[in-house]
Design a protein around this ligand. Structure first.
Ligand code: URA
Length: 441
């Protein structure tokens, strides 16, 4: 087999041909083993980007990537308290998307065991690991033994991916990032799913976002990705569902690393913003349904509410904070008080109905210190924004829209300038998108 022939077959001569599993395996294995250089893998990825892949090719690519590294198996460990089924949630990323943090303890209260492996912020979107690390002492790099023990004890644990999980994705993702080949449905499907399957979940709930702050800008594109994720996961023997959810405007009132931990705490204390609660409950109840812990979504929603109202979900979250090296007492003491000293207030510049663009807010938050411009950048725990008004609300000129916090004076200036461009004022009322547009099963 020759890499050049496989690239030509996918590129088309004259028309592209579907690849066999052996050909896909040759490319993936060769790239990990370094017998296929970056330039050939780049051409291969670009050919996929332009010509797509059939469902069978996507499943083959996912399987080849999955087997490039370690695969965690949580089964057969009932003696440790790992009973399963193991269910995880994956969001395709957004601004203010802290859902995993309140969701895991709530779903764990419903009896689901959750091996949650999360990532860092990517582009304008935030990352669960960066948020968790804003809790002083919280350790996100658990050993496999610690990970298993904590899931058995408390129903869930939160960790990052190790170097050994899907090395093919680590290498291919870095290359895609710099060759304009990220936004491809088969490549995104194989990237996300190979990692999720390697992490040992039996079932997966996907939150596929659409809108300015999402990678998929339209509902149609998000639906294509959701269908590809669900069908490919099912072909790999996993139960899966996806929700298509709105990311035109930031989720919740707080965006930032520590600020999103604080908002998660509020959710678990029964004071969470309506959109964050609705989405958290919708996803957690589907996790419980896939795990066979409830008979219907309605039952799941009811049990989610009870888990929060009884304080059990909060207790589970605080136990997880202590178990993973944080200090839950200190976290509670800091609530509402821990703020960066580099602060400004953004006021409405004119009367109107407020629009807050998620993508532009995410970019502005990078300026403040929340995210990274390059992978080597460090994120700041305490920068971010707290909204006083949300999209669709009527505001008067001079009224406060948000508090802005930055890592230093210069970042504050740049961030505020960028945030001014993220907000606009409509003379007419704004039709709000539905938070949950559709379910794909
Ligand atoms: N997230 C991933 O893990 N992979 C992609 O390709 C895109 C988003």
């Amino acid at each position: 087999m020759r890499a050049a022939d496989i690239i030509i077959k996918k590129r088309g001569n004259p028309t592209p041909q579907p690849l066999t599993k052996e050909e896909i395996q040759f490319m993936v294995d060769g790239y990990v083993a370094k017998t296929i250089p970056d330039y050939q893998m780049s051409a291969f990825l670009m050919a996929i980007y332009f010509n797509g892949m059939s469902f069978e090719e996507t499943a083959a690519l996912t399987d080849c990537m999955l087997h490039s590294g370690e695969i965690i198996n949580l089964h057969g460990k009932e003696n440790l308290g790992l009973k399963g089924p193991f269910v995880d949630k994956h969001s395709t990323g957004g601004v203010g998307d802290k859902i995993s943090i309140p969701l895991a303890p709530i779903a764990a209260c419903l009896g689901v065991q959750i091996p949650m492996m999360s990532g860092r912020g990517l582009g304008h979107t935030g990352g669960t690991l960066d948020k968790l690390e804003s809790i002083t002492g919280y350790k996100v790099a658990l050993s496999p033994q610690e990970f298993e023990q904590l899931i058995a004890q408390n129903g869930y644990a939160m960790t990052g991916q190790t170097q050994k999980i899907v090395p093919a994705d680590r290498l291919m993702y870095a290359l895609r990032d710099v060759t304009g080949t990220v936004e491809s449905i088969p490549l995104i499907t194989a990237s996300i799913l190979s990692k999720k399957v390697a992490e040992g979940s039996d079932a997966l709930v996907f939150d596929v976002k659409y809108g300015s702050g999402a990678f998929m800008k339209t509902p149609a594109a998000a639906e294509n990705l959701a269908t590809s994720l669900v069908k490919t996961a099912q072909a790999m023997g996993k139960k899966a569902v996806a929700l298509l959810t709105d990311m035109e405007t930031p989720l919740g009132l707080k965006t930032g690393n520590y600020l999103e931990i604080e908002e998660s705490l509020e959710c678990l204390q029964g004071n969470g913003p309506k959109d964050v609660m609705e989405l958290t409950y919708a996803l957690a109840s589907r996790m419980a349904l896939l795990a066979g812990k409830v008979a219907s979504i309605e039952e799941g929603l009811e049990l989610c509410k009870q888990a929060v109202n009884s304080g059990r979900a909060l207790e589970k979250f605080l136990k997880n904070v202590d178990d993973q090296g944080g200090d839950s007492k200190k976290l509670l003491e800091q609530q509402g008080k821990r703020r960066s000293p580099f602060h400004a207030q953004l006021n409405a510049e004119s009367d109107g109905y407020l629009k807050i663009d998620a993508y532009k807010t995410g970019i502005a938050c990078i300026n403040l210190g929340v995210g990274r411009n390059k992978t080597s950048d460090k994120v700041d725990a305490d920068s971010g924004i707290i909204l006083s008004k949300v999209q669709g609300e009527a505001v008067k000129a001079g009224q406060k829209i948000m508090d802005v916090y930055a890592k230093d004076e210069k970042s504050l200036e740049e961030g505020v300038a960028a945030l001014k461009k993220a907000v606009s004022y409509s003379k007419t009322t704004i039709t709000q998108n539905k938070l949950i547009l559709k379910e794909i099963k």
